[in-house]
Design a binder for this molecule. Structure first.
Ligand code: GLV
Length: 328
């Protein structure tokens, strides 16, 4: 039997097991890198389903060429790598993997908050490099986290999970979101605020918005200049939400205290000068990277594809369209 589904890159076994259990034949690219576009187009020929990762660019041309495709299951909560309109125009479902990665990503956001404020990565490099010559009163002083003000930009699932953890640090919370989040206000006493106020008052500004045309460079020169000199910027959302060149300038000139980044504007490239700065903690986009969560993500992507192939609406569909386009 020929494969009905393409798995674009390696994913945890649990997702593949589910496909096998459902009796779905699949083909997998076993190299841990995105296939070049021409190879992806040819691998998709004759496939009804695609399980892909956020590094796969699924554009209109590719969707057009995949004539039998019925579903695209992104193994990520974000789906800015997929042309949703092109998929909807062809009646192709697009799905993501929400919820399962919320807590894991919030944990990593906190790892960045603590690392950048308390200079953990820098202190680790210092110790490894044999520079530790005994306790010093003024050695590697950082900023306190407890009792400070946390500004959450984007109060969805992940923003809220990050805010919940702030309770243990006795922090006040401001949030900025297109809609009021009453649960966040009632449960955590968080206060809604316009972005400018949040930037001006927060000690930690943490970004949790999806990448959309209106969130591209949401944080640029103007916004950074509103932040306090003692404040830190944390980004575990999508790189292009921040104007990275402007951020490098602000970090280099000490106009903000530091940044914790898991994502970059042109991944995997870093902006000129970023890697040379000590007041930034740099991670390679590992927000959801725990064994448990990545396995769940793979399983959910497979569940979505299995539903689509059975002719059912998938549980985590992100593009609205009529599943049975009119044939009148
Ligand atoms: C990771 O960045 C995701 O969108 O799941």
């Amino acid at each position: 039997m020929s494969a009905r589904v393409l798995v674009s890159q390696p994913i945890p076994e649990r997702g593949l097991e589910l496909l096998r259990r459902e009796g779905i034949e699949f083909e997998i690219n076993s190299r841990p890198h995105p296939l070049p576009k021409a190879e992806l187009i040819s691998a998709l020929a004759g496939k009804e389903g695609l399980i892909c990762l956020l590094t796969d660019r699924i554009d209109a041309e590719l969707i057009e060429r995949a004539t039998l495709l019925r579903g695209i299951a992104n193994c990520a909560v974000g789906y800015d790598n997929i042309d949703l309109d092109a998929a909807a125009a062809r009646g192709i479902f697009v799905t993501n993997t929400p919820d399962v990665l919320t807590e894991t990503t919030a944990d990593l956001t906190w790892a960045l908050i603590l690392s950048v404020a308390r200079r953990i990565a820098e202190a680790d490099r210092f110790t490894r490099n044999g520079l530790f010559r005994g306790w010093e009163m003024m050695l590697l002083l950082g900023g306190d986290v407890h009792g400070k003000l946390l500004g959450i930009v984007g109060a969805g699932r992940i923003g809220m999970a990050v805010a919940r953890r702030a309770r243990g640090f006795a922090m006040r919370i401001l949030y900025c979101n297109p809609h009021r989040n009453h649960a966040l206000e009632e449960e955590l006493g968080a206060e809604p605020a316009p972005l400018d106020r949040l930037l001006e008052e927060s000690d930690f500004v943490s970004l949790h918005v999806p990448l959309l045309p209106e969130t591209r460079h949401l944080i640029g020169e103007r916004e950074l200049s509103r932040m306090k000199k003692s404040a830190y910027l944390i980004n575990t959302s999508r790189g292009p939400v921040v104007d990275e060149a402007a951020l490098v300038r602000f970090l280099r000139e000490g106009r903000i205290s530091g940044a914790g980044l898991d994502v970059y504007e042109n991944e995997p490239k870093l902006s000129e000068g970023l890697r040379n700065l000590d007041n930034v903690v740099l991670l390679p986009h590992i927000g959801s990277a725990s064994f448990e969560t990545r396995s769940r993500m793979a399983e959910i992507a497979a569940l979505n594809i299995a539903a689509i192939l059975r002719g059912e609406p998938p549980p985590h569909r992100v593009n609205p369209f009529s599943p049975q386009p009119s044939t009148l």
